[in-house]
Design a protein around this ligand. Structure first.
Ligand code: ARG
Length: 440
């Protein structure tokens, strides 16, 4: 029986050398090359196809753009960024991994392989999906300890079809949601990258443009009043916002294995949609929801970065995100200006906002509450801080403690030294009156 192995194939050096190695080192008779379309540029498919042809491989191209776009929009609802990076590569990996696994199963493969090194995140993201199957998971580059130098020599020896022209370039990963550039001189964190590393964004000129984005249940559905499907919307915004220089990130990124690396990203659509969505949430969610949701959002982004988008925690986080986003319906105006996508207007039928209450134009604020009712609140506000400061001061004085700068220590008071009956609040008059509120 012929043993078949499915290979995540890009046509680059790593995956190209994997082809003969899967035969020589792992004993597979046939390699099934799989390329998954998550919005890479056309040239990448052409390169993969050409290389596969030259290697005599059958290449399967799976279109997963819609599925990927819908995951990106889930990320928008969760305001998801990891260390300022909107997770393009990270979110694409589970989508790519599942698509390859489906092909592997349909083709009767007994193995499944990727060309990732042992240093990055992608090996973990792929294998998190694949190890749920019975297939043998193979990572030749990592397992055989291959280096780029060794790969180049091996490719030359075997006369493998590797484009010599690309070898000196940066390592680039592109999909619908982001384009990342790393390697070479960019590895030095102090090196200031030139304009040549950018492809999706042009350095901002003085020009500006305003657009509107309409959201339903936290999902963007229209641009300037016109309905858009997710893939189309993301592609359109990448071009439009990119032409204003929106969505550049130069990040020091902590990888899952602990390595800190320098990454440059472009993500005009992601930045625009994330900012607009956040702007609408700010209008419709309560203060309590907003502050708790940042915890949920952070956790969502962590899991997203790890490529663990399918576990029970993620489902629970998604449930919270979905509930809060039932009201994230409305329209946001965004201005592209100076490389930013800035929210400059927002409206929603769910706005938790009363212009009347906020303006204080009427004495009766809302529900019969009057300004003077705040007096009691104002008297209490800061009560514990005042009590603590007084107590610390009194205790330090009685214990003869002084801080290094000669002042009184304020961090070692533990509440001792307060004489019963002493009134620590003496002298804390409340003199804010309702009349002082204006302009607050
Ligand atoms: N550091 C990012 C991540 O782990 C992106 C890496 C992209 N790869 C590349 N060759 N540029 O998600």
């Amino acid at each position: 029986m012929t043993e078949k192995v499915a290979l995540a194939f890009s046509g680059g050096l790593d995956t190209t050398v994997c082809v003969p190695l899967l035969n020589e080192e792992y004993g597979y008779d046939e390699v099934v090359a799989v390329t998954v379309d998550v919005g890479q540029p056309d040239e990448e498919f052409a390169e993969a196809k050409e290389t596969a042809d030259a290697l005599g491989l059958d290449i399967h191209v799976v279109d997963a753009k819609e599925e990927f776009a819908s995951l990106c929009l889930d990320a928008v609802r969760a305001n998801a960024t990891y260390q300022n990076y909107p997770l393009g590569t990270a979110l694409a990996r589970p989508v790519i991994a599942s698509a390859i696994l489906s092909v592997a199963e349909a083709e009767g493969c007994t193995g499944i392989a990727h060309g990732c090194t042992g240093k990055g995140n992608d090996q973990l993201r792929f294998e998190a999906v694949w190890r749920d199957s019975d297939l043998e998971v193979i990572a030749p580059v990592r397992e055989l300890g291959l280096t780029r130098e060794w790969e180049k020599e091996y490719a030359a020896e075997r006369n493998l079809p590797v484009e010599a022209g690309n070898e000196g370039d940066w390592s680039i990963d592109t999909n619908l949601w982001s384009r990342s550039v790393e390697g070479k001189e960019l590895e030095e964190p102090s090196h200031v990258p030139g304009e040549e590393i950018y492809e999706w964004t042009t350095a901002p000129s003085g020009e500006t443009e305003e657009i509107t984005l309409t959201f339903e249940d936290g999902y963007p559905v229209a641009l300037n009043g016109e309905a858009y499907e997710p893939v189309e919307l993301i592609e359109t915004l990448n071009e439009l916002a990119g032409s204003y220089g929106v969505g550049r990130t130069d990040a020091m990124e902590d990888r899952m294995l602990g390595l800190k690396v320098r990454e440059n990203y472009e993500h005009p659509a992601a930045t625009t949609l994330l900012n607009a969505h956040q702007g609408l949430e700010d209008l419709v969610l309560t203060k309590e929801e907003r502050s708790f949701k940042t915890l949920v959002d952070n956790e969502w982004a962590e899991k997203g970065y790890q490529g663990l988008v399918d576990g029970p925690l993620m489902k629970a986080l998604d449930a919270f995100v979905a509930t809060t986003n039932e009201r994230v319906t409305g329209t946001v105006t965004v201005r592209f200006e100076g490389g930013q996508a800035r929210v400059v207007g927002r409206e929603s039928p769910y706005a938790v906002y009363s212009a009347e209450a906020a303006s204080f134009n009427t004495e009766d604020v809302t529900g019969g509450i009057e300004q003077a009712d705040a007096t009691g609140v104002a008297k209490y506000h800061g009560f514990q801080e005042r009590l603590a400061n007084k107590t610390i001061k009194a205790a330090n004085e009685s214990l003869g403690k002084t801080a290094p700068d000669g002042g009184l220590k304020s961090d070692d008071g533990d509440g001792t030294g307060v004489t019963a009956g002493e009134s620590p609040l003496a002298g804390t008059d409340v003199d804010d009156t309702a009349a002082d509120y204006e302009g607050n």
